[in-house]
Design a protein. Sequence first.
Length: 160
Amino acid sequence: MEDLPLSVDLHLALVWPEIPWNTGNAARSALAFGAQVHLVEPLGFSLDAREVKRAGLDYWEHVRPRVHPDLDAFLAALPGLGEAWFLTVDAETSLYDAPLAPPAVFVLGCESEGLPESLRRERRDRCLRIPQARALVRSLNQSTAAALALGEFRRRFPLR
């Protein structure tokens, strides 16, 4: 498989991911949509883990994630990446109503707790939710949410 160029207009960041197959699936979606993957440590697994490679299938070697040592380091890098959008179930603004524009960064929290409350509070105006039947489902799987956000961005701003 040849290397496909990653876009500089789209980024996906996973903060403290815990489940290797979710990270692999989200990374595969990012690769399909031409997005750069960012992983914020601590990670709940090794990047060499068999599960991550299996979830990413034969694409993992092409993902080339940027690993940030902690949340502060990632947040410091954000201004150079693009407009940050934080996905969380308690946001007021829908992903589908957001004024997305390139370059953009979608940030998702860990599977068990989501994004830190302090971050959601500080950046309330940058938080987005994916509409869902909340009475039936607590939240979407992290990799599913990532694919929906990346897909919505590419619907509006196709790869060239």
